[in-house]
Structure formats: structure tokens, C-alpha cells
Design a protein around this ligand. Structure first.
Ligand code: AP5
Length: 221
């Protein structure tokens, strides 16, 4: 894959490690990451109209309506930073979003280099999400099982108090996994038969092991 101006999608179930791996690619590939979940959580925190609309869906583990998310992605793809490449994390998540993305890319004169799918079994996803702790201040992500902060409950980077994401509660996680299998998993077949290259990784093992496979695929260093 040509590392310059790389345009990729990170696809995978909740807790697969899209955010964790995407943040590393941002550094090594020098391109921005657009995570629809992060954009929506920022809007919820800021209390904007978008945030107020999105919150009800996010709290229940349901998907925010396609037209809302497509509007957000249209905006970020039109930004000057996107000319140098980008990582889409958590988008697309429905067939309508995947088709909408194709239109948005064509409008901007872009072509996706690859879709990177991170596959993880459900029981491991549940374990990762139950152990996730996030810093609302700086956005750092930890895991009590595999990457705990040095001082329990405190962010290593900014000293903020760590939190459990509202949608990481057990019943909401179960619904997110159901919503994923009904709405997002079908995208795998869609990309298998589309001209865009799909790389399917078994994303189990350490973060470093999985990242090393991803780096080999995308060619940044
Ligand atoms: P979003 O924020 O996108 O959540 P998600 O896709 O469910 O993904 P997560 O952030 O939970 O997981 P991740 O894959 O990034 O894993 P992470 O790296 O953090 O979406 C939230 C909500 O917003 C949705 O439910 C929906 O309502 C809405 N939304 C967002 N996008 C939308 C869209 N396009 N359309 C409609 N609605 C949308 O890792 C998880 C944990 O595991 C961490 O603690 C991490 O440290 C740990 N970990 C990572 N890798 C490993 C490893 N290899 N081994 C052990 N632990 C690991």
C-alpha cells in the first residue's frame, strides 16, 4: 500500500481495538483519524443539538441515524487536512453509510486504499469493554486487564479521574454487539465483493502484535 496520503477504514465490532490501533497509525502515518463515536461523544459533552439527538441512541447502544452521521463525515472529508489522507474509525456501520461513503469519496475525488477489519470473538470483546477505562479530560484509554494506569483510577497523561464509558455497561454492550451483527457485519460481504481491498485480521493477541501486522499492511513506519 502507498503510505503517502493513505485513506483507510477501520472496521470491526465494539471493543475490537479500532481506537487503540488507529491512534498509533495516526502517529506513524501522519494522517488524521476521524472516529464518529468520538465526534458524537464530544457533541454530547458540549450539549449541541447534534449531541442532544445522538445521546438517546448512544446510551441505548443503538446507531445514530445514517443521515446524521453522513452529514458529520461529509464535513470532515471536505476539510483541508483530509487531502493528505485519513483513517475512518467506526464508520461506515450500515450498508447505507457504506454507499453514502462511496458518494462522498467520489465528490471529493478520493479513493479508499483499504478497509482493515479487526475480528475478535465476542467473549474477548465483552472482557475488553468491561475492563476499559477512559479519561474524559485527554481521551486516553486504559484497560484494567491489560494496560492499567499506574495509579488506579487516575490518568497517567493528565492526572484526570478515569471513568467507565456509559455504553460499556453490560446490558448496553450486549445490545451494541447485537446491533453490530445485524447492521455492520454485513459490510464484510459488501467489501469482499467491492473493488476496495479488504484485509481481514484476527485481532487477538497483544496490542503490539496486532499493530505490527497492521503496519506491515499499510506500510507506514
Ligand atoms: P464508537 O465509539 O465507535 O464505539 P465502538 O465501535 O462500539 O467501538 P469502541 O470505541 O467501543 O471500541 P474500539 O474498537 O475503538 O476499541 P478500543 O481501541 O477502545 O461508537 C459509540 C456509539 O456511537 C455507537 O454505539 C453509536 O451509538 C454511535 N456511533 C458511532 N459511530 C456511528 C456510526 N457510524 N453510525 C451510527 N452510530 C454511530 O479498545 C477497547 C478496550 O480494549 C480498551 O480498553 C483497550 O485498551 C483494550 N484493547 C485494545 N486492544 C486490545 C488487545 N489487543 N488486547 C487486550 N485489550 C485490548
Amino acid at each position: 500500500m502507498n503510505a503517502g496520503k493513505l485513506k483507510i477504514v477501520l472496521l470491526g465490532p465494539p471493543g475490537a481495538g479500532k481506537g487503540t490501533q488507529g491512534d498509533r497509525l495516526v502517529v506513524d502515518c501522519g494522517i488524521p483519524k476521524y472516529a464518529t463515536g468520538d465526534i458524537l461523544r464530544d457533541a454530547v459533552r458540549s450539549g449541541t443539538a447534534l449531541g442532544l439527538e445522538a445521546k438517546q441512541y448512544m446510551d441505548a447502544g443503538e446507531l445514530v441515524p445514517d443521515e446524521v452521521v453522513l452529514g458529520m463525515v461529509r464535513e470532515v472529508l471536505a476539510s483541508p487536512e483530509s487531502r493528505n489522507g485519513f483513517i475512518l474509525d467506526g464508520f461506515p456501520r450500515t450498508l447505507a453509510q457504506a454507499e453514502g461513503l462511496d458518494t462522498l469519496l467520489a465528490d471529493e475525488g478520493f479513493k479508499l486504499d483499504a478497509v482493515l477489519y479487526l475480528g475478535v470473538p465476542d467473549e474477548e470483546l465483552v472482557r475488553r469493554l468491561a475492563g476499559r477505562r477512559v479519561c474524559p479530560g485527554c481521551g486516553a484509554v486504559y484497560n484494567v486487564h491489560t494496560s492499567a494506569s499506574a495509579a488506579k483510577g487516575t490518568c497517567d497523561s493528565c492526572g484526570g479521574a478515569l471513568e467507565i464509558r456509559d455504553d460499556d455497561k453490560e446490558d448496553v454492550v450486549r445490545n451494541r454487539l447485537r446491533v453490530y451483527s445485524e447492521n455492520t457485519e454485513p459490510l464484510l460481504d459488501w467489501y469482499r465483493t467491492s473493488p476496495t481491498t479488504l484485509h481481514e485480521l484476527a485481532a487477538v493477541g497483544t496490542v503490539d502484535e496486532i499493530y505490527s501486522e497492521l503496519l506491515d499492511l499499510v506500510g507506514c513506519s
